[in-house]
Design a protein around this ligand. Sequence first.
Ligand code: ADP
Ligand code: TRP
Length: 339
Amino acid sequence: VDAKTPAKIKSKTVLTGVKPTGTPHIGNYVGAIKPAIALAASADKTLLFIADYHALTTEHDPKQMRAQIYEVAATWLACGLDPNKVLLYRQSDIPEVFELSWALACFTPKGAMNRAHAYKAIVQANIEKGVEEVDAGVNMGVFTYPVLMAADILLFDADLVPVGKDQQQHVEIARDVASSVNHLYGDLRLPAPLIGEETAIVPGLDGRKMSKSYDNTIPLFVDSKRLRKLVMRFVTDSSPPEAPKDPATSSLFMLYKEFATEEEIGALRKRYEEGVAWGHVKEALYEAMERRLAEPRRVYAELLADEARIDKLLAEGAEKARVIAGATMKRVREAIGVR
Ligand code: ADP
Ligand code: TRP
C-alpha cells in the first residue's frame, strides 16, 4: 500500500479475508488491519470477511472457533471498520462460496495444489523429520485451501486482494483458475494481489517477526498495565544510553512510527541521534500505543460483551453479500450448463 494506492483503487472492488485463529496482535494491526481500513476509504467497494472455514483446516476446537470469530469481528469494528462502508460478513454464512469452490475445483489442476507453498512446507517438514508418509498431517482442507480462497475472491468480482506476502501465491492461483474458467466460458473477473509496499514487518518481543507461532506477540487489546509490561520486555542491544543510535535500524523506532504523531516521531529521532536509553524509548512507545489503543480497547470490550450485536451485524452483512453471491452463481451455473 503505497502513496499511489488510493488512485489505483478508486474504481475497484477490494476484498480480503481474515482467519479467526488466535487473538489479534500488534503485528496484525500494523500489517493488516490499519492498512485495510485506510484502503477501504478510497476503494469503490470493500468486502471483508471472517474466513472461518479456512480456519477449520487447523482449528478443531469449537469453543475456540466461536470465541475467535467474535474476537476478529470485534477487533476490526473497534479499530474503525465502518460496516456501512465495508461489507463485513462471515464466510460460512455464504453457501455460494462452497458451491463455487466445487465448481472451481473441477478447473484446478491437482499439480497446482501440489506446488502451493503451504502444502509444500508441510511435506518438506515431514521429509526432514523422516516421516514415511509425506502427506501426514495434511487434511483435504489444507490441500484444497487455495480453491476455497479462489471462490472467496471470484464470487465477489474482486479486483484487488490486499494480503501479506505469504498469501500472494494463493491470489495468483485464484487468478489462474479464473483464467482457465474464462478460457471456456468467459466472464470471471481476474483478481490481483495488493501487497503493501512498505508494510513494515513488526518485530516481536524476541526480535523475530511478531507472530502467534513464535509466541512473541503483544495482543492488541491487553490492558494498559500488561501492555506496558510487554513493551518493556522488547529485547534491545547493550549499547549504553549515551551512545547515538540509528533510528533506521531500530525496531522500537519502527513500531513507534506506527503509533506516534509526526511531531513525536521527529522528537524521538533527535533523541536517538543524541543518544537515548532504551528504557526511555520503550516508555515513549508504550505511551504512544496506549494513547492510540485505549479507545478501541474500550469499544472492543463493549462489543465482546454483546455478541448479539455482532451476530446482527454479521447477519446484515451476509444478507447483502448473498445478493452479489447469488448473481455470480446464477451466471456460473448457466455458463457451465447445470442450468
Ligand atoms: P501470525 O503470523 O501471528 O499467525 P497471521 O498469519 O494470522 O499472523 O497474519 C494475518 C495478517 O497480519 C497477515 O496477512 C499479515 O499481513 C499481518 N501480520 C502478521 N504478523 C505481522 C507482523 N509481524 N508484521 C506485519 N504484519 C503482520
Ligand atoms: N488465507 C488467508 C490468510 O491466511 C485468509 C483468506 C481466506 C483470504 N480467503 C481469502 C484472504 C480471500 C484474501 C482473500 O490470511
